[in-house]
Structure formats: structure tokens, C-alpha cells
Design a protein around this ligand. Structure first.
Ligand code: HEC
Length: 170
């Protein structure tokens, strides 16, 4: 009796192992390995880039504190709003809804203004080296594109985003 029932119990197990149950877990562990390798490559790139430390400002032209005043420069914010449209940001961003990228109202409460300007001017390097930008890329799965924004333009867009953040609070 026992001898006869034993193979019956084993059959499904053998089938699973034989038909790729084992293979599946092997290939998924492969993917994990590949991911680990990719991460290692990024880390190596970072290390060879003069083992530079990414500051809380991120990577880009803004490395000095901006020391912004509390009050909003209304004219600058208006210019920023126009640029937000003209520079193609609206293709991927809205203020209050996820689009291709994150909603941007309130981002000025979440991140340093210097980081935001670097993200706007230098997204390609940011998503490669800045841990916060890397996390966002992981979440959104699409790399933000470089829209050729100058420092003055980025500053204006930042003012628009600062104004938008305040408007929700009021
Ligand atoms: C092709 C789509 C695309 C365009 C165009 C684009 N972005 Fe982005 N943006 C993203 C994505 C996606 C992210 C999240 C990071 C990533 O995946 O690269 C992001 C991230 C950001 C962040 C950081 C958000 C956070 O939560 O910290 C800011 C700020 C930002 N974008 C501003 C802009 C501005 C300003 C422009 C226009 C000059 C712009 N983006 C153009 C797709 C885009």
C-alpha cells in the first residue's frame, strides 16, 4: 500500500521540477544577478568618476546654497510658468497628477531648491548618480529628458513651482 502510494505523491513534485519549476527560479535569480551586475556597473562608474560624493544638491551646475527669500517673485514665477510650457515639461508633468513623471506641486517642500534646479538642467546625470533621482527613475520607469534649460530659465521654473506649492497651502 505504502509503496504504491508513494509515487503518486511524488508525481506532481517530479512534474513541477521536471517541467521548469526549477528552471523558472533559476532564470529569475539570473535576472536578479543581472540587476546586481548593472548596479555594480553604475557604482563602478560612480567610483571612477573621481569617487565624487553626491551632495544633497545632487549633480549639476548648482553646488552653492541659493539662499532664497521666503517671498515669491511673482514676475519670475510667471516667466517660469510660461517656460514650463515652452520647454516641454507639460508633456510629462502636471502639478497635481502623475503623468509620465511625478506631479510637481509641493516638490519644493520635499527637495532642496538646488536639487530641483540640477534635476531640471541635468536630468541625465542626476538619474545616473543621485540616489533620490535613481529611486524616482525606478518608480516611473522612464528617464526624464534633458530639455536644454539654462540656469536663468531653471531658476524661473523653480519660482513657478515654489508659487504652486504655496498656492495649495493657502
Ligand atoms: C520625457 C518626459 C519628461 C519631460 C519632458 C520632463 N520630465 Fe521631469 N521628470 C520625468 C520623470 C519620468 C521624472 C522622474 C525621474 C525619472 O524617471 O527620470 C521626472 C522628475 C522631475 C522632477 C523631480 C520630481 C520629484 O518628485 O522630485 C522635477 C522637479 C522635474 N522632473 C521637472 C521637470 C521640468 C521643469 C521639466 C521641463 C523643463 C521636465 N521635468 C521635463 C519626466 C519628464
Amino acid at each position: 500500500m505504502v509503496m504504491k502510494r508513494l509515487p503518486m505523491y511524488l508525481l506532481p513534485i517530479l512534474l513541477v521540477v521536471g517541467c521548469g519549476g526549477g528552471k523558472k527560479s533559476e532564470s529569475s535569480s539570473n535576472t536578479t544577478e543581472q540587476k546586481a551586475q548593472q548596479t555594480a556597473t553604475v557604482e563602478q562608474t560612480q567610483a571612477t568618476a573621481q569617487s565624487e560624493q553626491v551632495s544633497e544638491f545632487g549633480v549639476g551646475p548648482i553646488q552653492e546654497p541659493l539662499n532664497l527669500p521666503e517671498t515669491i517673485d511673482e514676475a519670475l514665477a510667471k516667466k517660469g510658468q510660461e517656460l514650463f510650457d515652452k520647454k516641454g515639461c507639460t508633456a510629462c508633468h502636471e502639478l497635481d497628477k502623475k503623468k509620465v513623471g511625478p506631479p510637481l506641486r509641493g516638490v519644493t517642500d520635499q527637495r532642496p531648491p538646488e536639487w530641483i534646479m540640477n534635476m531640471i538642467m541635468n536630468p541625465d546625470e542626476m538619474i545616473l548618480k543621485d540616489p533620490v533621482a535613481q529611486k524616482l527613475l525606478e518608480e516611473y520607469g522612464v528617464p526624464m529628458t534633458n530639455q536644454n534649460v539654462s540656469k536663468d530659465e531653471a531658476r524661473a521654473i523653480l519660482e513657478f513651482l515654489r508659487k504652486a506649492a504655496k498656492e495649495k497651502k493657502n
